[in-house]
Ligand binder design. Structure first.
Ligand SMILES: Nc1ncnc2c1ncn2[C@@H]1O[C@H](COP(=O)(O)OP(=O)(O)OP(=O)(O)O)[C@@H](O)[C@H]1O
Ligand SMILES: [Mg+2]
Length: 329
């Protein structure tokens, strides 16, 4: 269990004080995949760097399994740090070492015997599916392969926690998916708690159990991914779920409804039945849905008719179908 207790972090810069974390209270449970989402500069990296004390809080405490790590000795801190792995957007591999050498590195530092370390590297190569690239150098690998090596290296010392700071932000959507699947697998099979920093809602949707939404050093809301996606409470969450550049932003003065599909129903029948049953044309302003095995996931924005009776009919219909909706903007 990782617990932030009233953690604040202030930086003094030339242009004044920056509050990167503002009285943060947060608990991440063992075995959970926890997301931290927010726009650039929100304070995500700074907050997460407190978990291994790469940042020291200006105020407050960070507990790992009920031990306040801001109070432990340097020796103990080193032990905690070995139990926390980290991966990054830029992979941070050692260019002059091959794949085996990179994964071996933390084991050398931990003083693991050579024969034992070699065996461990083989296990790790297997876990991340990179056995055939053991002798390759980073420059010979794709981004996705580099991240697999970085994951293997981060897991070398058997950490309890893996921190992922924008680990898929440099990767294309298909490679992103495969890396997220790998992380999910590692979470399940090795029971590693994973903290995922991202600015992309789709990353959170794909792997996280719960998510915290951050803005300007504040945690704006925390909830299960479903809760936050269905009913975003903060302006930041809404902006992340409905980005400005998508077709999901309304440009009309009419009232708008955001309909959320979470796999209970297919997309097309809903739209056509809505038109027929409510005897009104619904104007679809935009949609961002994915069809997975005949079920719809995602969201759709519709313009509501001016007639309140018709609006009520639409809402009643959606209620009957058990489809979640909320007022759009
Ligand atoms: N070492 C530092 N010195 C001064 N200011 C800092 C330092 N580290 C971070 N900051 C400031 O703290 C704030 C939060 O930064 P942080 O890197 O944690 O944001 P982030 O949410 O991770 O952003 P991004 O998505 O761009 O990585 C920013 O205003 C940043 O400029
Ligand atoms: Mg960051």
């Amino acid at each position: 269990m990782i617990r932030f207790d009233n953690v604040s972090k202030k930086f003094n810069t030339k242009s004044g004080e920056v509050v990167a974390a503002n009285h943060v209270n947060l608990q991440i449970e063992d075995g959970e995949i926890f997301g931290i989402i927010g726009f650039s500069g929100a304070g995500k990296s700074t907050l997460v760097r407190h978990i291994n004390l790469l940042e020291y809080p200006t105020e407050g405490s960070i507990y790992i399994d009920d031990v306040d790590i801001t109070k432990v000795s340097n020796k103990e801190l080193r032990r905690y740090r070995q139990k926390i792995g980290m991966i990054f957007q830029q992979f941070n591999l050692l260019e002059q070492r091959n794949v085996t050498g990179n994964i071996m590195y933390p084991l050398e530092i931990a003083g693991v015997k050579k024969t034992e370390a070699k065996k461990r590297v083989e296990e790790l190569l297997h876990i991340v599916g990179m056995e055939d690239k053991a002798a390759a150098y980073p420059s010979q690998l794709s981004g996705g392969q580099k991240q697999r090596v970085a994951i293997a290296r981060a897991l070398a010392t058997n950490p309890d926690v893996l921190l992922c700071d924008e680990a898929t932000s440099a990767l294309d959507p298909i490679t992103t998916r495969s890396i997220l699947e790998l992380l999910k697998d590692i979470n399940k099979k090795l029971n590693v708690t994973i903290v995922v920093i991202t600015h992309e809602m789709k990353v959170v949707e794909q792997i996280c159990d719960r998510v915290a939404v951050m803005s300007a050093g504040n945690i704006e809301e925390i909830g299960t991914v479903r809760e936050v996606f269905m009913n975003p409470k903060s302006e930041t969450a809404r902006k992340l779920i409905i980005p400005e550049e998508t077709n999901l932003v309304s440009h009309t003065d009419r009232d708008v409804l955001r309909i959320v599909f979470d796999g209970q129903s297919a997309f097309e029948p809903i739209v056509s039945s809505l038109t027929i049953e409510c005897q009104t044309m619904v104007n679809i302003l935009g949609a961002n849905t994915e069809n997975i095995g005949g079920k719809a996931y995602g969201q759709m924005l519709i313009e509501l008719p001016g007639d309140p009776d018709k609006v009520q009919k639409i809402k009643d219909y959606l209620d009957r179908q058990g489809i979640h909706y909320e007022r759009g903007r």
